[in-house]
Design a protein around this ligand. Structure first.
Ligand code: CU
Length: 329
């Protein structure tokens, strides 16, 4: 039997040529895995999405890098074994005999179960920790989120200054098919521009005026559902200035695909200049808006929207439908 198997080119387990193949495979696998892990971790890692524009984004990038590093030896192992089998263990032309039957191999089975269990359970522990400790998912954290910056947001904030205890609040309002942003600590003006100061914790209060949307600030690593009559909270701290993309990540109607814009992370000085000039510029419109609230009643807002439209305003005080929008109801 052993002689038959050897003549077919498939070395039986435990034979001398089988040992040598196994040793070669092990050595090559270790070398390739070390190189692969270093490349994935150090070269590819810093370029993995969503980047590192905010602390939440950097946390997600770290998670994806860790997953990539763990997956690398597994993928290399599979491809190497597959390639090795194709190259060296293939049947010779004209040989149609069967290979030696294999009945169980305790060492392989125990190794397989141990290694796969360790990987899966390790990832479960890592994933759970990353989800809870730094709120790594960056997702909406609910109306009463576990606050993760060590600075509790004060409910009665009416102003904001950098590095103070009153976290910057930005209300994100989804509506078919645009995002608007309210800044309650700067008189509650509402604008289609999302501007954030660098290095300062931000609290997004995400809601909707009509259907379910999803606020996705891609480079900030923030994604939170925007539901009518729900205040969904997400935190982040932008760490680099620059532009980021905001998309709606929940199919919300015919112009869902067009429901995106860009936000800007700017210096604290630029941010304060922008808020003060915008508050003055929009003062007349802000007076017409409903008072700042964590959610808005869509039935009331439709009327407010009509008033605004009649006044020639396109503010999102409610029913934010651009008069030029062909889909306007
Ligand atoms: Cu949407």
């Amino acid at each position: 039997m052993a002689a038959d198997a050897a003549s077919q080119g498939t070395p039986p387990a435990g034979s001398r040529s089988g040992r040598r193949d196994g040793l070669w495979l092990l050595v090559i696998w270790i070398v390739l895995s070390v190189i692969g892990c270093l490349l994935v971790g150090l070269v590819w890692g810093p370029h993995l999405p969503p980047g590192d524009q905010s602390n939440t984004a950097a946390s997600q990038q770290f998670d994806i890098t860790v997953l990539g590093v763990i997956a690398t030896p597994v993928i290399i192992g599979v491809l190497l074994y597959f390639g090795w089998a194709l190259a060296f263990w293939r049947q010779k032309p004209g040989d149609e005999t069967d290979a030696a039957p294999i009945h169980g191999n305790t060492r392989v089975q125990v190794t397989w179960i141990t290694v796969t269990s360790a990987i899966v359970l390790g990832l479960a522990v890592f994933g759970t920790y990353e989800l809870i400790a730094p709120a790594g998912a960056g997702a909406g954290q609910g109306p009463q989120p576990v606050f993760n910056h060590g600075v509790p947001p004060a409910a009665s904030d009416t102003s904001w200054s950098p590095n103070s205890n009153n976290i910057l609040q930005v209300q994100v309002i989804g509506q078919q098919w645009a995002w608007t942003y309210r800044y309650p600590q700067f008189g509650g003006f509402e604008t289609t521009q999302l501007v954030l100061p660098v290095g300062q914790p931000v609290q997004f209060n995400v809601t909707s005026l009509d259907v379910i949307h999803s606020f996705w600030a891609y480079q900030l690593g923030v994604k939170a559902d925007a539901n009518p009559l729900v205040n969904n909270i997400a935190y982040t701290t932008p760490e680099h200035t620059g532009q980021f993309v905001v998309r709606c990540a929940e199919l919300c109607g015919i112009w869902h695909g067009a429901m995106y814009d860009y936000g800007d992370v700017v210096s604290v000085t630029d941010f304060l200049n922008w808020t003060h000039s915008t508050a003055i510029k929009l003062a007349a419109v802000t007076k017409l808006l409903p008072p700042y609230a964590l959610t808005y009643d869509p039935t009331v807002l439709a009327n407010v929207g009509k008033v605004n439209q009649a006044l020639g305003l396109t503010s999102a005080g409610g029913g934010y439908y651009n008069p030029a929008d062909p889909e306007q109801p």
